[in-house]
Design a protein around this ligand. Structure first.
Ligand code: NAP
Ligand code: MN
Length: 264
C-alpha cells in the first residue's frame, strides 16, 4: 500500500503531515508521491482540490481522504485529533470507497483542437468588465442567449461551493448530474434568460458559444485556463469518477448541516 500526503503548507498542516507520514511508515506503508493508492489531504477543501488535480490522470487508481486544519470541509471531514484513528484504519485497510461524479469540460478552439478537463467542484466562464454574451445550447439545441457576468457549471459535490453562493441547489452526490447557474444575468423586455439554475442528467450536454470576440476567463476549480480563442465549450457529467476513502459514515446531509447550520 502506497500513500502520499498533500499539505496546505501552513505550520499545523505540515506538522500533521510529518506525524502521519511517520505513523504510516511505522506500519510498513510506502510513501509514493507519484503513484499512491491513497492520498491524504491536510488543510481544507482547497487542499483537496489541489490533490485531485495532481492525480487527475489516475483517478481510477487512487482514493482521497481529507483532514481539516481549519473549519469542517466537504472533502476535508476529519479532525486533526482523529489522526491516529485514521492512520490505523488506513494501515489495516479498513475502508470502503465511495465514488462521486465529476464535470467534463471540452474546450474547442478556433483551430478545432479540443482540450478536455475534469472539475471536482465547478467550471466557470466569466467576464470581469464587459457583459459576457454566450449562446447556450442544451443537447445541441439553442436554449437562450445569455448576457450577464458569467455562468457556473458545477458537480454535485461542488454544489456547496461557488454554486451555493450563486443560489444553486445543493445536490446529493449520488445523483449523476451537473448544475448550470447564472451570475447576474441581464433580464428585461429585450434580453431574456431562464433565471433559474438548471440541473442536467448524465449524457445531456450544455454548450456555450461566445457570440462575438470578447475577453473572458475560464476556470476549472481553482485553476484558471489559458483558453485562447475558443469556438465553444461543452459540459457534461464525466465518465470518470473521483473516489473517496470512507472510514466511517458521515452522510452528506450531516456534512451540510454541520458546515452551514451548526456543528456540535
Ligand atoms: P478559496 O477562495 O480558498 O475557496 C473558497 C471557499 O470555498 C473556501 O472556504 C473553501 O474551503 C470552500 N470550498 C471549496 N470546495 C468546497 C465544497 N465542495 N463545498 C463547500 N465549500 C467548498 O479557494 P480554493 O480553496 O482554491 O477553492 C476553490 C473553490 O473556491 C472553487 O472551486 C469555488 O467553488 C470556490 N469559490 C467560491 C466563490 C464564492 O463562493 N463566491 C467564489 C470563487 C471561488 P476551504 O477553506 O476548506 O479551502
Ligand atoms: Mn481554500
Amino acid at each position: 500500500m502506497k500513500f502520499s500526503i498533500q499539505s496546505r503548507n501552513d505550520a499545523i498542516s505540515n506538522e500533521l503531515k510529518e506525524l502521519a507520514q511517520g505513523y504510516l511508515q511505522d506500519f510498513g506503508l510506502i510513501m509514493d508521491e507519484k503513484e499512491p493508492d491513497i492520498v491524504i489531504s491536510i488543510g481544507g477543501d482547497g487542499t483537496l482540490l489541489h490533490a485531485f488535480h495532481n492525480h487527475v490522470k489516475r483517478l481510477d487508481k487512487v482514493a482521497f481522504v481529507g483532514i481539516h486544519t481549519g473549519h469542517l470541509g466537504f472533502y476535508a471531514d476529519w479532525k486533526p485529533s482523529e489522526l491516529e484513528k485514521l492512520v490505523l484504519c488506513i494501515a489495516k485497510n479498513q475502508y470502503r470507497v465511495v465514488e462521486y461524479p465529476l464535470l467534463e469540460v471540452n474546450v474547442r478552439n478556433n483551430s478545432s483542437e479540443v482540450s478536455t478537463y475534469l472539475a471536482l467542484n465547478e467550471a466557470t466562464i466569466k467576464s470581469p468588465n464587459v457583459t459576457l454574451v454566450m449562446d447556450v445550447f442544451l443537447n445541441d439545441r439553442h436554449f437562450e442567449r445569455f448576457r450577464g457576468d458569467g455562468l457556473c457549471i458545477s458537480t454535485p459535490s461542488g454544489s456547496t461551493a461557488y454554486n451555493k453562493a450563486l443560489g444553486g441547489a445543493i445536490i446529493h452526490p449520488t445523483l449523476q448530474a451537473i448544475q448550470v447557474t447564472e451570475m447576474a444575468s441581464i433580464n428585461n423586455r429585450v434580453f431574456r434568460t431562464i433565471g433559474s439554475p438548471l440541473v442536467l442528467p448524465a449524457h445531456h450536454t450544455c454548450k456555450l458559444k461566445p457570440v462575438k470576440n470578447q475577453t473572458f476567463t475560464m476556470t476549472v476549480d481553482h485553476l484558471q485556463l489559458d483558453h485562447g480563442e475558443l469556438d465553444h465549450v461543452i459540459f457534461r457529467v464525466a465518465k470518470e469518477k473521483v473516489r473517496f476513502a470512507r472510514f466511517r459514515p458521515f452522510p452528506f446531509w450531516e456534512r451540510v448541516h454541520d458546515s452551514f447550520i451548526a456543528s456540535e
